[in-house]
Write a protein that binds this ligand. Structure first.
Ligand code: NAD
Ligand code: TDX
Length: 360
């Protein structure tokens, strides 16, 4: 029987992952360790409350004693490590939690796995680290990130994720810990916190608030539906080769301004608003400092070795996502009240609305 510690399972990707894997693998035990920061929301996991193969533990991945106890008590045989501070803008305003969670938290998990799995074979145990394409830095107009691209992180967020990737590889090479890593492009879909581009734009369109596009909106991101990422995670966890890295992406590049315009048109359509209503809310605001120009993933290794392919087309996935947010406005209200509202109004949105982002 596999006993899998999933970290950050109450966040965006973690929720989508657990809602899929817990029913799919009834003979595994899933232990979800999550600190429930502003980004974690147990409400997402309500359908799992009665599941006999699922346990939730509230706690910090940087708490060595707790992590040790979980490895011992649940006799953990696998880790799928998603817990992280994940928002680039926040990392620019306040980097410290990124260093603590993304670097020290990963170190804590690695040390526990090393201690508890000594002498175990890679057929019995594995440590799967979920990471991002942002570790590779920024591309120009041409080219793609492959698994061999050099690490050139540019933001406090991507630097902290790059550091965590290096630690995971060091534990493989130095201590023989059976690890696998994946670096994925920009995700979107249900349960994403509306500080990230797509849910923020949908939420602002619903409320008739301005749509802040950083700089000239020329930056390019490579978008993948979270359900396709979840399927990639399942495959890599079960069949990825130990010590290897897999890039995950859906070959779906969009310039920010084109994507926001598309969202405007789709939301207008869904809400039966006159064409152009959404686009009238677009504002170009001062750029994110150090804003990476372009990300684009070459996913051939994952396709070739593990036979993974995205199952959704972009228009289908985007429409599904918009409908999900339209149907879950109460969820949006609840998670953006309280601490997030304070952050959003005082630190960020007001400055952006006034055209004075980032401490101006
Ligand atoms: P998220 O911010 O939605 O969720 C993060 C979760 O981690 C939350 O539930 C939070 O409560 C939890 N957490 C934070 N600090 C913790 C700590 N110290 N101890 C325990 N739990 C803690 O993030 P996400 O978008 O779901 O991303 C998940 C992972 O995937 C991250 O490692 C991120 O770097 C990576 N990733 C995300 C994307 C993306 O587009 N969202 C793309 C590639 C990789
Ligand atoms: O209000 C906005 N206006 C805007 O123009 C926001 C929130 C974003 N943007 C731009 C910045 C980026 O070019 O949109 C693009 C996407 O921004 P984010 O959603 O903040 O994502 P990004 O910075 O690309 O990072 C994301 O993808 C990789 C996730 O947040 C990371 O966790 C993941 O690792």
């Amino acid at each position: 029987m596999q006993r899998v510690l999933v970290t950050g399972g109450a966040g965006f990707i973690g929720s989508n992952l657990l809602l899929t894997l817990v029913p799919r693998y009834p003979h595994y035990l899933f232990v979800n360790l999550d600190k429930l920061t502003y980004a974690g929301n147990l409400e997402n996991l309500r359908p799992l409350e009665e599941a006999p193969n699922y346990v939730f533990v509230r706690g910090d991945i940087a708490d060595g004693e707790l992590v040790d106890r979980l490895f011992r008590e649940f006799r953990i045989t696998g880790v799928i490590h998603l817990a992280a501070e994940s928002h680039v803008d926040r990392s620019i305003l306040e980097p410290d939690p990124f260093i603590r969670t993304n670097i020290l938290g990963t170190l804590t998990l690695l040390k526990a796995a090393q201690r508890h799995w000594e002498g175990r074979s890679p057929r019995e145990v594995r440590f799967y680290h979920i990471s991002t394409d942002e570790v590779y830095g920024s591309l120009g107009p041409e080219g793609y990130f492959t698994e061999d691209s050099p690490y050139r992180p540019t933001s406090p967020y991507s630097a902290s994720k790059a550091a965590s990737d290096h630690l995971v590889r060091a534990w493989y090479h130095t201590y023989g810990l059976p690890v696998v890593i994946s670096n994925c492009s920009n995700n979107f879909g249900p349960y994403q916190f509306p500080e990230k581009l797509i849910p923020l734009m949908i939420w602002n369109l619903i409320r008739g608030e301005v749509l802040p596009i950083y700089g000239r909106g020329e930056n390019v991101r490579d978008w993948i539906y979270v359900r396709d990422h979840v399927e990639a995670i399942d495959r890599i966890y079960h069949a990825g080769r130990i010590g290897e890295t897999y890039n995950v992406g859906a070959r779906n590049e969009w310039r920010n301004r084109d994507l926001v315009e598309l969202l405007c048109d789709l939301v207008d359509e869904e809400l039966n608003r006159p064409p152009g209503t959404g686009r009238a809310l677009i504002r170009f605001v001062p750029d994110r400092p150090g804003h990476d120009l372009r990300y684009a993933i070459d996913p051939s290794k994952l396709e070739r070795e593990l036979g993974w392919r995205p199952q959704y087309t972009f228009p289908q996935a985007l429409r599904e996502t918009i409908r999900w947010y339209l149907a879950h406005q109460d969820w949006l209200e609840r998670i953006t009240s309280g601490a997030y509202r304070d952050y959003y109004e005082t630190q960020y949105a007001r400055r952006i609305a006034e055209g004075k982002a980032y401490g101006a």
